[in-house]
Design a protein around this ligand. Structure first.
Ligand SMILES: Cc1cc2nc3c(=O)[nH]c(=O)nc-3n(C[C@H](O)[C@H](O)[C@H](O)COP(=O)(O)OP(=O)(O)OC[C@H]3O[C@@H](n4cnc5c(N)ncnc54)[C@H](O)[C@@H]3O)c2cc1C
Length: 461
């Protein structure tokens, strides 16, 4: 075996295909029953600067412009060397998928508002939601001939094997061993592991990460002496319903619609004390995410009235006003009451604070000026019973801390030296490597694919 790839998500699959195309014999391992990693859950948004679908739509773009946008959004807090390495490969990633039959939504390339906006439309995704399964379908198609031809073997579960300090292979849970000059960790993040999350990201965890995101590769790398990058760069995705029952995961497809350019708000946001804390119509989701980190337990409530419930676009993705009414008092975190005081007490908000904030907001609506936060969209007072509150928690889709790698994607120790034989691609190197402490559209999946391809090529040279 020439290359062992641990983890068959987008990073691992891309690496396996590229290495096999270069003539390497590859073992692709995954602990789950199927390949794909986070793709079945993922939005499947991909981005690149300067590819054929942009040119066909008359969009002028290039890697430099993409880099300028990523640098602006991430405030330069990512790794310049790794970000550029990925961005330069990303147009080729898109061409590769398109040539293999990846069908993009005709409304894309577009600017996505769910993350801080790029200045140029360069995000593409499939027509269906979520779009990750369509990316996986294309990757399966690309992987199949390599498996059929015997270049890639897909197996399950593993630990690393060493000779001295060098990584020289892997062993699966049944004791089978494979030796190879290169072992690639592509096991994804750790957003589904509360213990590791508490230790490394140190924030409240409400997760919509894939259940396979348990940090195995990170633990394997740490046990081999790897250093970490991205510590302290955690930022939450802005708002999601609390989990129900014993579930660790919340259903991301039914998340509150909190992106102001897509749904101008009829509600106010209040913290536990009942106080407003941001302009709800703030167009920059990045500014909202940063403001969220400053409030108690990063938890807030959308508060609105009967008119808002009827006249706004749906408050929660996929919920009609009737669905909302049906969820009140049944779905955890969704409440309705005849008065604001009663609403506050069932929802867990301060019963004196909430009516005072609503009265102050209603006064701003009457005057047409929000002198606290400068909100401009003031469609109606929150004044018509019944009143509603939807509880929102910070949501984790991806994790920011990961294994430190050099630009050859070799895992490095804390002292910067390389662990011979050990490589890493994808979310296991931490999303901060190319996003800093922000979210740049398409900049998890596309870099996972890009790094996978770059490493696969290098390992089969
Ligand atoms: C709801 C949601 C929406 C998202 N939307 C987007 C988006 O639109 N655009 C974007 O860019 N990013 C998005 N992301 C992030 C993106 O999906 C991930 O960052 C990306 O899938 C990471 O790829 P990966 O190959 O590194 O890891 P993963 O996709 O997590 O795959 C890792 C694989 O490793 C396997 N594995 C783990 N441990 C072991 C072990 N011990 N042995 C063997 N195998 C193991 C797992 O089973 C899994 O198959 C989203 C994430 C979520 C959760």
């Amino acid at each position: 075996m020439d290359v062992v790839v641990v983890g068959a998500g987008p990073g691992g699959i891309a690496c396996a295909i590229s290495a096999a195309e270069g003539g390497a014999r590859v073992l692709l391992l995954d602990k789950a029953g199927d390949i794909g990693g986070a793709l079945p859950y993922s939005g499947g948004h991909l981005s690149a600067g300067g590819f054929s679908a942009q040119r066909a739509a008359g969009i002028i773009d290039d890697v430099e412009a993409h880099w300028a946008d990523v640098r602006r959004i991430s405030r330069g807090a990512g790794r310049e060397d790794l970000t550029l390495l990925s961005l330069r490969e990303q147009p080729a990633v898109l061409e590769w998928l398109l040539a293999a039959g990846f069908e993009i939504d005709p409304a894309t390339p577009r600017i996505v508002h769910g993350h801080e906006q790029y200045r140029i439309p360069r995000t593409v995704h499939a027509g269906q939601t979520p779009g990750g399964p369509a990316v996986l379908a294309v990757l399966r198609r690309l992987l199949e001939p390599q498996v059929a031809g015997g270049a890639v073997t897909v197996e399950c579960g593993v630990r690393l094997l060493f000779t001295g300090e060098a990584v020289t292979g892997v062993e699966d849970t049944t004791g089978r061993r494979w030796h190879a000059p290169a072992v690639v960790l592509a096991t994804g993040g750790f957003g589904y592991d509360p213990e590791l999350f508490a230790e490394l990201e140190g924030a409240p965890l409400t997760t919509s990460a894939a259940p396979t995101s348990t940090g195995d590769g990170l633990r394997m790398g740490l046990a081999a002496g790897a250093g970490l990058q991205g510590l302290g760069k955690y930022i939450p995705t802005f708002g999601g319903l609390p989990p129900e029952g014993d579930d660790l995961r919340v259903d991301w497809s039914h998340r509150p619609q909190l992106v102001a350019p897509e749904r101008p708000p009829w509600e106010i946001y209040v913290d536990r004390s009942g106080a407003r804390w941001v302009a709800e119509d703030e167009p920059s989701i990045d500014r909202k995410e940063r403001a969220l980190t400053g409030i108690d337990r990063m938890t807030f409530w959308m508060v609105f009235d009967a008119r808002g419930a009827r006249e706004s676009q749906p408050m929660v993705h996929g919920w009609s006003p009737e669905d909302l009414d049906a969820a009140c008092g049944k779905r955890r975190g969704v409440h309705r009451a005849a008065s604001l005081r009663e609403l506050a007490s069932v929802a867990g908000i301060d019963p004196a604070g909430l009516p005072a904030s609503v009265a102050r907001y209603n006064d701003f609506v009457a005057r047409g000026v929000d002198s606290d936060f400068g909100r401009a969209h003031l469609p109606a007072p929150v004044a018509r019973a019944p009143y509603y509150a939807i509880e929102n928690h910070p949501v984790t889709l991806i994790t920011f801390t990961g294994l430190d790698v050099d630009t050859a994607l070799r895992v490095r120790r804390r002292d910067g030296t390389v662990i011979e034989g050990l490589y890493a691609v994808g979310e296991v190197i931490g999303a901060a490597a190319v996003n800093g402490n922000a979210f740049c559209s398409g900049m998890c999946l596309t870099p996972a694919l890009a790094f996978g391809r770059i490493l696969g090529r290098a390992l089969s040279d």
